[in-house]
Design a binder for this molecule. Sequence first.
Ligand code: GDP
Ligand code: MG
Length: 141
Amino acid sequence: MANERTLSIIKPDAVAKNVIGEIESRFEKAGLKIVAAKMLQLSQAQAEGFYAEHKERSFFGDLVGFMTSGPVIVQVLEGDNAIAANRDLMGATNPKEAEAGTIRADFAQSIDANAVHGSDSPESAEREIAYFFGSEEICAR
Ligand code: GDP
Ligand code: MG
């Protein structure tokens, strides 16, 4: 299995609900290690740049508004097949469609406020990790 890194965000709704620890616990129990982490209040420009791939979508304004509505945790998870493993733990984008036991099924309330972000490919993981972290901020462990 490939050892990978992926960019994870605990979104403002989950930070506000005070379930940071419960979400981190899902990652740890699945064998993913947190190798970098910080809490940030995203600026509008930071959120727009992060989600640039969605800028033509009708929901872009709502997405940026939501992601800047309160602090987030941005972090790098590392482990076997970390990109797909994190997406499996997260569940479907729309929590109404997310499988029971996934983070979004258990903690998200809507397609906007859906608790977590996870990179969807090796290319996006590389871009997204570099968007928030310098190589010196990522720890070997
Ligand atoms: P993800 O990779 O599962 O997070 O989903 P996408 O990359 O497709 O979309 C990014 C984020 O935009 C999602 O996590 C949602 O918060 C939001 N989003 C996606 N589709 C919709 C939609 O149809 N309506 C709204 N309001 N937000 C959406
Ligand atoms: Mg996505």
